[in-house]
Design a binder for this molecule. Sequence first.
Ligand code: PLP
Length: 470
Amino acid sequence: MLPDDFRAAGHKVIDWVADYHAHVEDFRVLSQVKPGEICDGLPDSPPQQGDSVTNILPDIERHVLPGITHWQSPNFYAYFPSNNSGPSILGDLVSSGLGVQGMLWATSPACTEVEMKMLDWLVQMLGLPEHFLNSSKHGGGVIQDSASSATLCALLAAREQATNGQTNEEGCRLPLVCYTSNQAHSHVEKDVKVAGLGRKNLRLIDVDQEFAMRPEALERQIVEDKAAGKIPFFVCATIGTTSSLAIDPIPEIAAICKRHGLWLHVDAAMAGTAALCPEFRWTHNGVELADSYAFNPHKWMYTNFDCTAFWVKDRHALINSLSVVPEYLRNQASEQGEVFDYRDWHVPLGRRFRALKLWFVIRHYGVEGLQHHVRQNVAWAQEFAAWVKADSRFELVAPHPLSLVCFRLKSGDAASEQLLKRANESGKIFISHTKLDGKYVLRFSIGQAKTERHHVEAAWKLISDLADRS
Ligand code: PLP
């Protein structure tokens, strides 16, 4: 494609995306297609002759849009926020346009150095400890594709530290054990399997009535494991669990980790963005005691997937666990130890220039614009919770200090499930569910970039009207 053809087609594609965003509210939020329907609509064989991009666009409308659940709809309240924004899309476009492969500093110094700077900006923006700064002596931050990968890297660094690098050399021979709460995200279990530690060596620690990890239960389990000859080495605590946004008591957990010599990773994938606002920083108490920490700008900070910010207190522990240097990647800058080579900070070798979208987002909105987004969402969630509380048919089932409200119909599981089904079938909103204390619970997660107060109000009216029929 010649540059002028690209320019012409590019303008049409940008127009299409802008129109999609302007009208995304008009779509039924949840896709209605049946399994296989999208596949059946596409040709069985690839075209022999090429076509123009402008001919592909109508097929997006015809074949793709019906199978889209509109995550960018202001009426999307399911799972967790999955933000997107104009600046983020454009930053990503520039990254695609440059098409650099940032595996080593030497393969595009700007890719590494803009990322180093963005991660340092985020440390300041969230009030994270200075020892996470890339400009600090030992720590540092990197963009990972996902919180799942961030936890995996923390786990691998902790594993190598606990076994003096022995596992990478010989495979895991020691009885290592790790810990998380029974409310932690399922990726922790997956990471434990990937790291070759064995599912049975992950302890799911009991939680309190607010669904936060019980520190005394954690310590009891560690002591028990030690007495049985095991080697406890890693805890993943959560700030903002997926089910209910519960906040584990990090200071107490960190003290236990210190006493027993365990690595503490803090997963704040969903709620970490709250720390942009000083009034919500209490959620991050104790993070300065963690060995590593991650949050997802791709959830609640106007940045499109994928972009997880991950920091470690000791970058050498991470690099030692992941670095392999083949001859063909050797270069002077790396050998002299003057630069960061981010391919040693995660599993893949190759890496996109993801820091550009962060740069665009932070510069476009400024810290104050991002804080405003969080503050509004939290305020609307508090209003929503107040409406639920005032309605005698409903009950709130978990604390709701941030942007997620967990609630149910007092009349029980079947009625609550029916209500969710009707609400989603209406096409007007999309909400999801979880189970807390064995009960079926509706989750109303506010945080999508286009949601305004009137959307939240209309959603409550719909839920409230449908409740009479459930
Ligand atoms: N941790 C928490 C608390 C989450 O809520 C989620 C996603 O919902 C994840 C981790 C997984 O995030 P990712 O898709 O970035 O791996």
